[in-house]
Design a protein around this ligand. Structure first.
Ligand SMILES: Cc1cc2nc3c(=O)[nH]c(=O)nc-3n(C[C@H](O)[C@H](O)[C@H](O)COP(=O)(O)OP(=O)(O)OC[C@H]3O[C@@H](n4cnc5c(N)ncnc54)[C@H](O)[C@@H]3O)c2cc1C
Length: 411
C-alpha cells in the first residue's frame, strides 16, 4: 500500500528525471521553460561527457526533432555547428545511386541536420543552467525509489533524496528505472557493431548523406561542418559483424584509411581518419510497458532500435514532445502530474509509433544485411520503384524528416 508523503527534507520539484542524456536534458529544459519545476539527475560528470573521447557520435536530427530541441531552447546555440543535409543517396555495395532524396522536393531548408553529440549536450547543459525552474544534478547515481500516495522519492547513492509528483526514466537502454518498475523487455542482439569515426576529405561533401547497404550492414557517410582549420569533414557509421578481434576498430590506421578510400565515392577526393574510432554493439530493445505508478519511461529507456535509419533519438524526442505537452497542460490546470489518466494517454499516443519504427528498422536491417541473390534482386527493384514514384519518395522523405503521418508530431 502507498505510504503518505515522507516528511524528511530533500530536493523537491514537480518532475524528477532520472538520466541526463540528450533525452533527459531536452525534456527537463522544455518543462522548465514552461513553468514546470524539474530536477534532472545523471551519473556522468558533465565535464567528461563534453570531451571528444566520451562519445564520437553525431546524430542525424530530423526536421521534427529540430523543433523539439528548439522548444527546449537549445537549437539557436547549436545552429552554426549543425550541418544541413540537402541530398540523401541510397546505394548498394558502392553501386550507382539507387534512390535519391533532394531538399528541393520538400518545402524545407534541409532534409535533416547532422550534429555532434557532445555539442548537443553542451547546448542542453547551458540551457538547463539558465532556467530557474531546472536543477541539473550530476554526477549523481540513482539507486532506488520510494512510492508515496502523492509523490515518488528518488534515492541518490550519495544519500540525497529528490521528490516529485512524477518520475521520468530517461536512463538509457539498461534503464535502472525500468528495472525498478519491474517492466519486462523484448529484444535481441543484431550480432553487429557500429564503428563510428570522423574523417576529413579533400573535397567538400556538398551536404550529401550516403547510406551504402552492404552485406555486413549499412555504411553511412554523414556531412559535418568544416573544422576550425577549414578541413572538410564527414562522420562515418560503419556496421560490421564478425568477432571483436577482427573488428575494423583494431585495424592499423593505414589499413583503415585504405578501406575508407575504397568505400567513399570518388567525389570526396582523398579521405583520412581524424581522431579516435568508437564501437557500439547493436541491439533492439522494447519495454512491454512505458508507465507505472507515478512513473514513465521515455526514449532509449523505453525503446532502443538499430541505427540503420538514424531514428533512435528522433523517436525518443517524439516521446518527449508528447509527455511534456501533457505535463505542461496538467500543471496549467492545477492537476496532478502523476495521474493515471495522464500516463495512460502518454502510452496511448506513443506505443504504436515506437513499435512501428522498431519493426521497420529491424526489417530494413534484415532485408539489406542479406546477400541471397533473389532477395538482393527484389530490394534493388523495390528501391528503383520508390525512386520512380514521386509520392512514394515523398512519403519516405517525410518519415525520415519526422513530419510524416506516423511521426506522432503536430505538423
Ligand atoms: C552508432 C549509433 C548511431 C546513432 N545515430 C543516430 C542518429 O543519427 N539519429 C538518431 O536519432 N539516433 C541515433 N542513435 C540513437 C541515439 O544515440 C540514442 O537513441 C540516444 O542516445 C538515446 O538517448 P537517451 O538520452 O535516451 O539515452 P542515453 O544517451 O543512454 O542517456 C542515458 C543517461 O542516463 C544516465 N543514467 C543511467 N543510469 C543512471 C542512474 N542509475 N542514475 C543516474 N543516471 C543514470 C546515463 O549515464 C546517461 O547519461 C544512434 C545510436 C548508435 C549506437
Amino acid at each position: 500500500m502507498a505510504k503518505t508523503k515522507n516528511a524528511q527534507d530533500g530536493l523537491e520539484a514537480d518532475v524528477v528525471i532520472v538520466g541526463g542524456g540528450h533525452a533527459g536534458c531536452t525534456m527537463a529544459a522544455i518543462l522548465a521553460a514552461n513553468g514546470v519545476s524539474v530536477i534532472c539527475i545523471d551519473q556522468d560528470d558533465p565535464a567528461a561527457t563534453l570531451k571528444h573521447a566520451f562519445d564520437g557520435r553525431t546524430t542525424a536530427i530530423s526536421f521534427g526533432s529540430r523543433r523539439v530541441i528548439g522548444d527546449a531552447g537549445a537549437w539557436d546555440d547549436l545552429e552554426d555547428d549543425a550541418c544541413p543535409i540537402r541530398d540523401i543517396r541510397i546505394t548498394e555495395s558502392g553501386s550507382p545511386t539507387l534512390l535519391k532524396f533532394l531538399t528541393e522536393e520538400v518545402r524545407s531548408p534541409a532534409l535533416g541536420w547532422i550534429v555532434e553529440n557532445r555539442l548537443l549536450r553542451l547546448s542542453l547543459y547551458k540551457r538547463l543552467a539558465a532556467l530557474p525552474k531546472a536543477r541539473h544534478i550530476a554526477p549523481a547515481k540513482v539507486g532506488g525509489f520510494e512510492q508515496y500516495q502523492d509523490c515518488v522519492s528518488v534515492l541518490l547513492e550519495d544519500g540525497r533524496t529528490a521528490r516529485g509528483q512524477i518520475v521520468i526514466g530517461a536512463d538509457g537502454r539498461a534503464s535502472f528505472t525500468r528495472q525498478s518498475m519491474e517492466i519486462e523487455t523484448r529484444g535481441w542482439s543484431y550480432k553487429q557493431r557500429a564503428i563510428v569515426c570522423v574523417v576529413t576529405h579533400e573535397n567538400p561533401h556538398e551536404n550529401v548523406a550516403i547510406e551504402d547497404f552492404r552485406s555486413a550492414g549499412p555504411f553511412a557517410i554523414l556531412p559535418m561542418m568544416d573544422d576550425e582549420e577549414g578541413r572538410h569533414r564527414s562522420s562515418v557509421v560503419w556496421t560490421e559483424h564478425g568477432t571483436e578481434r577482427e573488428s575494423a576498430l583494431h585495424w592499423d590506421e593505414e589499413v583503415f584509411n585504405i578501406a575508407l578510400n575504397e568505400r567513399f565515392p570518388d567525389f570526396y577526393g582523398h579521405v583520412r581518419l581524424s581522431g579516435k574510432r568508437f564501437s557500439y554493439p547493436l541491439t533492439l530493445i522494447h519495454a512491454h510497458d512505458y508507465i507505472g505508478d507515478r512513473m514513465a519511461l521515455v526514449a532509449d529507456a523505453a525503446h532502443g532500435i538499430h541505427p540503420i535509419a538514424g531514428q533512435g533519438l528522433n523517436l525518443g524526442l517524439r516521446d518527449i514532445a508528447v509527455l511534456s505537452r501533457l505535463l505542461i497542460d496538467a500543471k496549467k490546470r492545477g492537476q496532478d502530474l502523476g495521474a493515471p489518466e495522464l500516463l495512460q494517454e502518454y502510452k496511448r499516443q506513443r506505443m504504436l509509433d515506437n513499435m512501428t519504427m522498431a519493426g521497420a528498422t529491424d526489417s530494413l536491417n534484415k532485408l539489406f544485411s542479406n546477400d541471397i541473390g533473389p532477395v538482393r534482386m527484389l530490394r534493388t527493384l523495390g528501391l528503383s520503384m520508390v525512386q520512380q514514384i514521386p509520392p512514394a519518395r515523398r512519403f519516405f522523405m517525410k518519415q525520415a524528416m519526422g513530419i510524416g503521418g506516423l511521426s506522432g508530431l503536430k505538423k
